[in-house]
Design a binder for this molecule. Structure first.
Ligand code: FPP
Length: 235
């Protein structure tokens, strides 16, 4: 367990820089994603070991379909491989969930996701949420659609629509908002990740490509988080 006084409960990570890592090493882009998936595995286990309760990683955005077909296929193949080897890939005492729109995913991937989510993990220490075909705006649109249906059916009155009613209809309503969002690779933007939930998240941008990200980098991000004073709009 980490000895820190204020360890984040929920960390979000935008796993960026796989393509640049591959280029730097003269490798095809998908090799960068493969190495990135290994980093994901290591960092998940590290988070579990130091007492982080929630980790959400951005694996594939609603915009990533625009990439070359062989890259999209490579990413989906990687996801299949991890889902099939759930027990060893995600680690002991780690529960897994997926957030995002499953509609456009291949049927076999959806089945594997459902199986992974149904797996009984006794006393999980960490819940990993993989954002797959995920977009923050898309998530809000889905929630608002459900809400509109409930208003139409009379289950909800328009005057009762508030933040809670929207939050309840997001992909993972019981997950706490992320305390800390880390983006490696030198880019400094949120790229449609957890838009609703990041309202008060601390953002830490780091100059390291995701495949090179180590537990030491995570510790540096935690050092930075510890120094910040969170006021949630108060003083
Ligand atoms: C962004 O880097 C990364 C992605 C779009 C994919 C991230 C996916 C993984 C690390 C695999 C995850 C696997 C599991 C099992 C969760 P980029 O390709 O945009 O990098 P670049 O900006 O350097 O081109």
């Amino acid at each position: 367990m980490d000895k820190r006084e204020n360890l984040p409960v929920h960390i979000g990570i935008i796993m960026d820089g796989n393509g640049r890592w591959a280029k730097k090493h003269g490798l095809p882009r998908n090799m960068g994603h493969k190495k990135g998936a290994e980093t994901f595995e290591k960092i998940s286990k590290y988070c579990r070991d130091i007492g982080i309760r929630w980790l959400t990683v951005y694996a594939f955005s609603t915009e990533n379909w625009k990439r070359p077909p062989e890259e999209v296929a490579g990413l989906m193949a990687l996801m299949r491989q991890y889902l099939k080897n759930m027990d060893t890939a995600f680690g002991e005492k780690i529960a897994v969930r997926f957030i995002g729109d499953r509609g456009p995913l291949d049927g076999d991937i959806v089945k594997l996701i459902e199986k992974a989510e149904a797996a009984n993990i006794p006393e999980p220490k960490l819940t990993v949420q993989v954002a797959l075909n995920y977009g923050g705006r898309d998530e809000i649109v889905h929630a608002v659609k459900k809400l509109a249906e409930d208003v139409k059916s009379g289950a909800l009155e328009p005057e009762d629509v508030d933040e809670r009613e929207i939050a309840k209809r997001l992909y993972s309503p019981d997950a706490p908002d992320p305390d800390l969002i880390i983006r490696p690779s030198g880019e400094e933007r949120i790229s449609n990740f957890l838009l609703w939930q990041c309202a008060y998240s601390e953002l830490v941008f780091m100059d390291v490509l995701w495949p090179d990200f180590t537990p030491e980098h995570l510790e540096k991000a935690l050092d930075e988080y510890e120094k910040r004073s969170r006021r949630f709009g108060g003083i």
